[in-house]
Design a protein around this ligand. Sequence first.
Ligand code: PHE
Ligand code: NA
Length: 465
Amino acid sequence: MSERETWSTNLGFVLAAIGSAVGLGNIWRFPWLTAENGGSAFLVVYLGLVVAIGVPGLVAEFVIGRRGHRDPVGAFRALSRSRWWPVVGVYAVGTTLLVLTFYSVVGGWILRYTVGSLTGAYVADPATYFGTVSFGPEAVVAHLVFLGVVGAIIATGVSGGIERSSKAMMPAIVVLLGGLAVWAFSLPGAAGGYEFFLSFDVATLRENFLAILGPAAGQALFTLSLGAGSMLTYASYLDRDESLPADATVIAVANTLIGVLTGLVVFPLLFSQGLPPGSGGEGALFIALAEAFASLPAGGVVAPLFFGVVLLAAVSSAISMLETPVAYLVDEHAVPRRRATLGVVGLLAVTGSATALAPSAFGLIAGTLADLALTGGLLAFVVFVGWVLGRDAVDEYRAGAGSLSTPLAGAWHALVAWGLPVVLGFTLLTSLASLAGVALGVELRVALTLGALVVVRTLVRMGRE
Ligand code: PHE
Ligand code: NA
């Protein structure tokens, strides 16, 4: 077999991983969920979960990838003796395909907004113009174009395609968003947006805490690309001389800052036009933004810049999803990269087109199934790192991290082995119960979570004997 690809620099890896993290999750899903779940109360819970689950979970996913040095399926095969763990890798590959099925449809929307705002076609009547964007034949075509762009980058390879494009896209996103935030600040009526986004109300938080927890956890995973195997795959192209916890922290901080920066553009803009977010579901945010741009004097110039940023963010995330099944075909079945890319893109062309024609399927995947799949995936990853890898995981954590990391590594491992499985198991059970329409009390859910974890732990123990 030919030599496996690698990043050319650690910075290249970090930028690619930030590119994976920063995406439609920050720009589209985050304002949408924040608005649906009571504004800043949601922001607070979400930020807490990024620190408590996101960063340690990201390190865990990196540990599997770098130590396994392969795609998700091959990594689990290399690191365990049980036949069952590679199934988790297959599940992860399936998750990236599932997420990409709706993600590339939204990518297609963004493409049309960008083109539409360049030509100014929507200015006269944005609601009507963009009414055709979300679902239907035009959405199918736009989604195919988006997939084509993503496929072209992946076909070019890890350092030549993913790394090189990330090095161009990430700085562009930050510079453009910063400029847009300054512009949004100058709009009359912007203050309402800041208040909605940033004011903190303990009463709302306390009242809604348990209801917010599920969506906030789902968003914390989604925004950091956790549980899908994409971060695992990116880390598999790394050498051992860099610190995984240091990289994970930089990635999470950058992702959060870019998310907040996006909020500082979106919310003032919407409020300045008297268009509070949150009503009308998934497509509404972009229509509202387009309306805001259409009625502002500088809107014709600013709109293409804004949608261009969103497009870069969407492309850099979608490439990390597509890379996962492609890496699987390359590593496990020795399929040449180009042919592997073509095959996976062909499959997604079909599933994505179906989704672009069926709003109900789209809603189910984007609103529920994607979160469930990511939560289940990360749960399996942390159980593996905590209970199967054991000391090896601590070694991998410490590689390249200096002496300070010794006590931190122990704390991290305890969190990954105990804290994360309980929180993720509880979240998963809660989402499954609400999907099935059964009401389970909190105590019962805690008891069921702990019971299930004891069973899994016993199975893992037996598998080791
Ligand atoms: N993190 C990306 C975003 O926020 C989405 C993503 C999920 C990317 C899972 C890869 C894997 O848009
Ligand atoms: Na991105």
